[in-house]
Design a protein around this ligand. Sequence first.
Ligand code: GLY
Length: 599
Amino acid sequence: MHRPAARTLPLLALAAALVATGAAAPPQAAPAPAKVPVAVGHGGAVASVDADASAAGIAVLRSGGNAVDAAVATAAALGVTEPYSAGIGGGGYFVYYDAKSRRVQTIDGRETAPATATATLFQENGVPIPFAEGQTSGRAVGVPGTPATWQSALDSWGTRPLRTLLKPAEKLARDGFTVDSTFRAQTELNQDRFKDFPATAQLFLPGGALPVVGSTFKNPDLAATYAEIGRKGPAAIYRGPIAEDIVGAVRKPPVNPAATRNVRPGDLTAEDLRTYGTKRQAPTRVSYRGLDVYSMAPSSSGGTTVGEALNILERTDVSKLSETQYLHRFIEASRISFADRGRWVGDPAAESVPTRELLSQRYADTRGCLIDPARALTSPLAPGNPREPVPCGNTGQAAPTTYEGENTTHLTVADRWGNVVSYTLTIESTGGSAITVPGRGFLLNNELTDFSFAPAAPGVPDPNLPGPGKRPRSSMSPTIVLEDGRPVLAVGSPGGATIITTVLQTLLGHLDRGLPLGDAIAAPRASQRNQTTTELEPGLWNSPLRAELEALGQGFRQNPEIGAATGVQRLPDGRWLAAAEPTRRGGGSAMVVHPHGRY
Ligand code: GLY
């Protein structure tokens, strides 16, 4: 998680702290590679939030591995350096373009609820428990999907064994990485929770204190766990001693006896872990301005919601609009597609989800005609009925959008053969459930909080209530865009439900508004999710555009930072461009195998 911006000053701060305490200098991690937000060249590309992780992927590509191999190596490294966002205790969605077959395929590696879960999982005496209490509980922990996702991807499309691809991450965990200000800040955000779990505090609050910026952070337990997965494959997580430790930590959370927090246990069993399987959902696809936009189908709402919004916007030449009208229509298309998401999208294994209809241009046309260029719609907006569309009509009952946290991580990889991976993975909240599996070095997810704790509105069917073995609805939107069957672009982002609007805005910025990919990723963001007000980053909040949009009836509130996208783009001359955030989350890391030229 090394950030170059954090390098000079924090090292001086560390030195000062050491002088002040008279302590001997701790051993330092190998310096992370320099971090740049845009890189161009040949031989393949990797973009992630972290330089160590991108470098792990690039090393795989350089040694002849393909995009799938590199994506697994990058993700494993993120499990070390971004342990509060993703890791083997969580899940995610892997979208893959295969250059040979020119097909896009996906892996749904979402966490699942225990077999005993019911719609009232997060209710007591008929009342939803407070979200914050659900967040830090065994009850929120779903069966992790990430180790199975890695193996499934490699079995189908990879060229290297998992044990080889885990080695760089294992070394990073054993030898350590350099703490930066983002890692420290995320630890600080969690310290009250972490203190209540001795295994978590011991790992992430060494000596009872926050990790010092510039110091080396080691996780030998995670190194040992990766080595065990290397020996036994993901079965090491789903059965045997590590599985028993996971089940133990969920069923009897290892809480400090002095803690006053009510940490509810969960009901996960060894059988739940043993029977976990990833799913191969067909990708979503919409046609947008002659391109094919592929993404993740339910159980994620990413593909259907981004896809419906694109279909709505296709009715207008967005490239010719003023900036105000462009933002107005982007906000309105987001509002409408979120109204439909709330009513219709859940785990298709448990709910009847009209995926095909939500993605149809015909349905989008009946919804898009609600947009008035001169007047904002009001939220909560009622959903339509994709199975029986009514022109310009809301046929359902309006319900508010349920709350979702804003963490997660995304990586994007391309290789020399033209294969592309767009992979979003998570443990849900920053710091997940705060429960570290004792002696194993990783945090457990709290993904089940992505379920609705109660129906979004009385009397309105909610497809996202918990159920046995069910996958909670996600917003992850790992996206790959093709032109004539060949990739032109791949993008994705963290950020809970804001993922959808971030991916949509990045696509529009690049495809319609003429921004280079790096600038589309860096541009200030807005996020409307069928809520009374639209969130704005400071770049838009402080702009004259806000008053112009308010004159159309739009209402706003501030969000300091929305998303942390990464992407890759195939340039017309055959080079790859990798792009990441210049500043959000401390800046991301874009790398190519053979840097060549600028863009
Ligand atoms: N937990 C974030 C998401 O699934 O969208």
